[in-house]
Design a protein around this ligand. Structure first.
Ligand SMILES: Nc1ncnc2c1ncn2[C@@H]1O[C@H](COP(=O)(O)OP(=O)(O)OP(=O)(O)O)[C@@H](O)[C@H]1O
Length: 747
C-alpha cells in the first residue's frame, strides 16, 4: 500500500502533465476555434485562471480548526506537500505524533497542516480560509459548462466571483481576451457595470410572491431593458417571447407563490434572460426538481446556449449537484471542484478515462456523476476501484507507528494529480494571443460598453431613467402592497375595531361627565393605529430586503427611486385601513357632528399613522435581527406613549424631554384641540372639578382650559408641524440605513 502511494507520488508533475495534457489541449484547441468563430457571431468567451480567494475566519477557535494551508503564497508548500496530500490521514494527534517520529517529519509545517483534514482550507497562522485555490477554466459561447463538486467545494463562490459579485485576491478573469478588473481594484466601477451585463441566476428563487409571472417579467423588462432603444410595446413583446420560450404560458397569470418548484426556477431564469445576456451563470438550477424537470431544464439551457436565428449563442455555466448520466454526458465541459481546488476540467466522458488513469475507475453500470461525487466525498482509501478497504490491521498498526505513510484519500489524490498550472498557462496564453490581435486599443470599458452591454445603456449603470424607475417601482409596490395589506382580514379587522369602538363610546354627550371618555377615544385611536403602523413598517423593508439586494446587484434601479416609490405607494394603502376605522367609529361615537372636525380629526389620525410608520421604518432598516428590532420597537413605542402624557401627568424633568419625540403626544394634542373647541357644560359630575367647581359661576368650562387640563400642549399648527417632522426625519434616516446595507455576495 505504501508503494502504491509512493508510486503515485513518483508520477508527480511530469506524469500529471502527460495525463492531463491531451484533455487540456483538446479544451484549448476547441476554445481557440470557438473564440474566433463565436466572437464574430456575437458570443463571449469567458476564461479564468489561477483564481484565488480566501476569507478571514472570525471565530476565536479558527486557529484550532484543522486543515491545510493552501494558496498562491503557499504554492511551494502545496508542491512540497505532494507526498503528504497524496497520503493521509490518521487522526490529527497521530499525524503530529508521526511527524515527529517518521519520514513525515521532513515535511514543512505547512505540509503537515495539509495532511490534516484536507477539507477545510484554514491557514493556521492568519485565520484565513481558502475558498478558491488557483482555479482555472474557460467557457465558450454555444456550450454549457457544468460545475460539479461536493457541498462546500466552492461552486457558488466561483460563480459569485465570475459574476463580479465577489472579490478575489489573485487571478485573472477575461472576456474574449480582455482582462476584467478585480472588484478590489480601483476599477471596481467597471466591474459593477459588468455585473449588470452577466446574468446570474442564484440558487434561491427570490420574488414578490404576490405578483403574477407576467407582472414579474413585465416589471423587470420595464426596469432593465433600455428605454432609449425599446418602446414599452417592444418590451411587452419581449416578455411574451420569454414566456413562450420557457413554456410558462399556462401559468403566466398565476401568482408566483402558486407555482411549482420547476416553474419558479424557470421564472428565475426568465427574469435574467429578459436582458438577453451573453453570459448566463446559474447556481444549482436543478435543486429541488425531480429528475424529469431537471433534464428538461438542462435541455432548455442547451437550447439557450446554442441560440437560434434571432438569439446569438450564449455562454452558459451552471453548477449542479448530482446529475443523471444523461445530463452529465450532455455537458460540453465539466469543471470538478474539491475543497476549492480543481480536480478535473474537460470533456465529461473523458473524465472517466482520467479517473481510470488515477486508479479510480467508475464501476460498470454506475452513474458517472455519482461515482465522481463518491470519490470526492469519501474520506477513506479506495485501495481498489470499488472503494473497498483491503488493508489489514497490520498495515493500520504500521501506519500508526509511522512506518507507512497514511492511506490515500481519493479527493486529495485527485487534487494533487490535476495539473492546474497547465490549464492556467493555456488560459493565459489564449488571453495574450487574443490581446495581441486586439491591439486596436480596446479596453475593458470599451468591451463593457460596446460588446457586453446588450442594453445599450451608453455607459450608464442603469438602463432606464430615475423617473421611469420611480414610476415602475411605484406601480409594482402598489400592486404588491395592495395584495399584501388589502387582505379581506385586514379590511374586516379595521371595520370591526371601528364598530367595537363606536359601540363602547356610543353617542357621547358633550358634557363635563364624558370629557374623559371623549379624550380616551382619541387615546385608544392614536395608540392603536400608531402602534399598528409602527409594526407594519417594521417589516416593510426587511420583507423585501432579499429582492432589493438581488435587483440592485444586477443594476436594476437607484435605491432612492425604490425608497421613494415604496414609501409613497404604501401610504394610500396603509391609510385606507385607519380611514375605515375612523369613518365607522367617529360617527357612531358622536364625537362631533361638524364635518370639518371629522375631516381634520381624521387627517390628524392619518398623519400620526404616517409618523409611526416612519419610526417603524427607521428601526426596521437599522436593526437586521427581527427579534431585536421587534423588542426595540415595542419598548421604544411604549416609552414614547407613556411620555406622551396619557398616563403620567407629572413626568420627572430629567426624562420629560423625551415627550418631544412622541408622535402620540402631538396627534393626541392636536385631536383634543379639534374636538374641545367649544365650552364644555358643567353637570356637577365632578370630572372637571378644578374647572367647574368653586368659583365657576358660568356653568361651563372653557374649551381651551379643558384641553390644557387634559395635558395637551401647543397649537394645532405646532402639533401638526411636529408630526410632519417625525414623518420625514426618521424616514430619511431609514433611507440612509438602507443605503448603508451592502448586499453580501451571498445575499
Ligand atoms: N464569505 C465567506 N465566509 C466564510 N466562509 C465562506 C464564505 N464564502 C464561502 N465560504 C465557505 O467556502 C466554502 C465553499 O462554499 P460554496 O458555497 O462556494 O460551496 P458550494 O460548493 O456552492 O456548496 P453547496 O453545493 O452546498 O451550495 C464553504 O465551506 C463555505 O462555508
Amino acid at each position: 500500500m505504501a508503494e502504491t502511494s509512493i508510486a503515485t507520488n513518483g508520477s508527480s508533475a511530469d506524469n500529471k502533465r502527460d495525463d492531463a495534457d491531451p484533455l487540456i489541449e483538446a479544451v484549448d484547441d476547441d476554445s481557440q476555434q470557438n473564440t474566433t468563430a463565436t466572437t464574430k457571431a456575437g458570443g463571449y468567451y469567458l476564461r479564468w485562471s489561477r483564481l484565488y480567494k480566501s476569507v478571514e475566519i472570525k471565530e476565536s477557535t479558527a486557529g484550532l480548526v484543522r486543515g491545510p494551508i493552501a494558496g498562491p503564497s503557499s504554492s511551494t508548500a502545496t508542491k512540497e506537500s505532494g507526498q503528504a496530500t497524496e497520503a493521509s490521514t490518521p487522526p490529527t494527534s497521530l499525524v503530529h505524533e508521526q511527524s515527529r517520529r517518521s519520514s513525515w517529519t521532513l515535511l514543512s509545517p505547512a505540509s503537515s497542516m495539509m495532511m490534516l483534514g484536507g477539507g477545510d482550507n484554514h491557514n493556521k497562522n492568519d485565520n484565513h480560509k481558502v475558498i478558491l485555490d488557483r482555479v482555472s477554466g474557460c467557457a465558450a459561447p454555444g456550450e454549457v459548462v457544468g460545475l460539479m463538486g461536493p457541498s462546500g467545494s466552492g461552486k457558488t463562490s466561483l460563480l459569485n466571483t465570475l459574476s463580479g459579485r465577489s472579490a478575489y485576491q489573485e487571478g485573472t478573469i477575461s472576456i474574449n481576451g480582455e482582462v476584467l478588473p478585480n472588484n478590489n481594484s480601483a476599477a471596481a466601477g467597471s466591474m459593477k457595470k459588468l455585473m449588470s451585463k452577466i446574468a446570474y441566476v442564484k440558487q434561491a428563487d427570490i420574488f414578490f410572491q404576490h405578483l403574477t409571472v407576467r407582472d414579474q417579467f413585465t416589471y423587470t423588462a420595464l426596469l432593465r431593458l433600455p428605454s432609449k432603444r425599446m418602446t414599452t410595446e417592444e418590451k411587452v413583446v419581449e416578455v411574451d417571447r420569454i414566456i413562450s420560450l420557457l413554456r410558462l404560458g399556462k401559468v403566466a397569470n398565476s401568482p408566483i407563490k402558486m407555482l411549482s418548484g420547476g416553474e419558479k426556477k424557470r421564472v428565475n431564469i426568465g427574469t435574467e434572460l429578459l436582458t438577453n445576456p451573453s453570459i448566463l451563470l446559474l447556481d444549482e438550477p436543478t435543486s429541488g426538481l425531480d429528475s424529469t424537470s431537471a433534464v428538461s431544464l438542462l435541455q432548455l439551457l442547451h437550447r439557450l446556449a446554442k441560440g437560434d436565428g434571432t438569439a446569438p449563442p450564449k455562454t452558459v455555466i451552471t453548477s449542479i449537484h448530482q446529475p443523471s448520466s444523461a445530463v452529465f454526458r450532455a455537458f460540453d465541459r465539466l469543471l470538478l471542484l474539491s475543497d476549492g481546488k480543481v480536480v478535473y476540467f474537460g470533456n465529461p466522458v473523458a473524465s472517466l478515462d482520467y479517473l481510470r488513469t488515477q486508479n479510480l475507475a467508475c464501476p460498470d453500470g454506475y452513474n458517472a456523476a455519482d461515482h465522481w461525487m463518491d470519490v470526492l466525498v469519501i474520506d477513506d482509501s479506495p485501495h481498489d476501484n470499488n472503494n473497498h478497504n483491503t488493508t489489514t490491521s497490520d498495515d493500520d498498526e504500521d501506519e500508526q507507528q509511522g512506518l507507512l505513510p497514511p492511506k490515500t484519500i481519493p479527493r486529495l489524490q485527485l487534487q494533487q494529480a490535476w495539473d492546474n498550472e497547465a490549464v492556467a498557462e493555456q488560459m493565459d496564453a489564449a488571453i495574450e494571443d487574443i490581446g495581441s490581435t486586439n491591439k486596436s486599443g480596446s479596453s475593458v470599458n470599451s468591451l463593457l460598453l460596446d460588446g457586453v452591454d446588450n442594453n445599450g445603456s451608453s455607459g450608464n449603470k442603469y438602463s432606464t431613467s430615475w423617473a421611469t424607475q420611480y414610476w415602475v417601482l411605484t406601480h409594482r409596490c402598489m400592486k404588491n402592497s395592495r395584495s399584501a395589506i388589502f387582505t379581506p382580514l385586514n379590511l374586516i379587522k379595521s371595520v370591526c375595531i371601528g364598530l367595537v369602538a363606536g359601540m363602547l363610546w356610543f353617542q357621547l354627550p358633550y358634557t363635563e361627565e364624558r370629557v374623559h371618555d371623549r379624550s380616551s377615544y382619541y387615546f385608544f385611536t392614536m395608540t392603536f393605529w400608531v402602534f399598528d403602523s409602527m409594526m407594519g413598517a417594521l417589516m416593510a423593508f426587511p420583507a423585501e430586503r432579499a429582492v432589493i439586494l438581488k435587483e440592485r446587484a444586477s443594476g436594476s434601479y437607484h435605491l432612492s427611486a425604490y425608497f421613494l416609490a415604496k414609501t409613497t405607494s404604501d401610504a394610500p394603502v396603509r391609510l385606507t385601513l385607519p380611514f375605515l376605522y375612523m369613518v365607522t367609529s367617529y360617527w357612531m361615537a358622536g364625537i362631533d357632528n361638524r364635518f370639518w372636525v371629522f375631516v381634520s380629526s381624521t387627517c390628524c389620525t392619518l398623519l400620526s399613522v404616517v409618523s409611526g410608520e416612519a419610526l417603524g421604518l427607521l428601526v426596521g432598516t437599522s436593526i437586521h435581527d427581527m427579534t431585536k428590532a421587534l423588542t426595540v420597537m415595542i419598548v421604544s413605542g411604549l416609552f414614547l406613549m407613556l411620555l406622551g402624557g396619557f398616563y403620567v401627568q407629572n413626568i420627572p424633568s430629567f426624562i420629560s424631554w423625551v415627550k418631544w419625540f412622541s408622535p402620540f403626544k402631538y396627534a393626541f394634542s392636536a385631536s383634543l384641540q379639534l374636538v374641545f373647541q367649544d365650552d364644555v357644560p358643567c353637570d356637577g359630575s365632578g370630572n372637571l372639578e378644578d374647572l367647574c367647581g368653586g368659583g365657576n359661576d358660568y356653568g361651563f368650562a372653557k374649551g381651551s382650559d379643558v384641553v390644557a387640563y387634559l395635558g395637551a400642549e401647543g397649537s394645532i399648527g405646532f402639533n401638526v408641524g411636529m408630526l410632519l417632522v417625525i414623518c420625514f426625519v426618521p424616514r430619511y434616516g431609514a433611507y440612509l440605513a438602507l443605503r448603508a446595507q451592502k448586499g453580501g455576495e451571498r445575499s
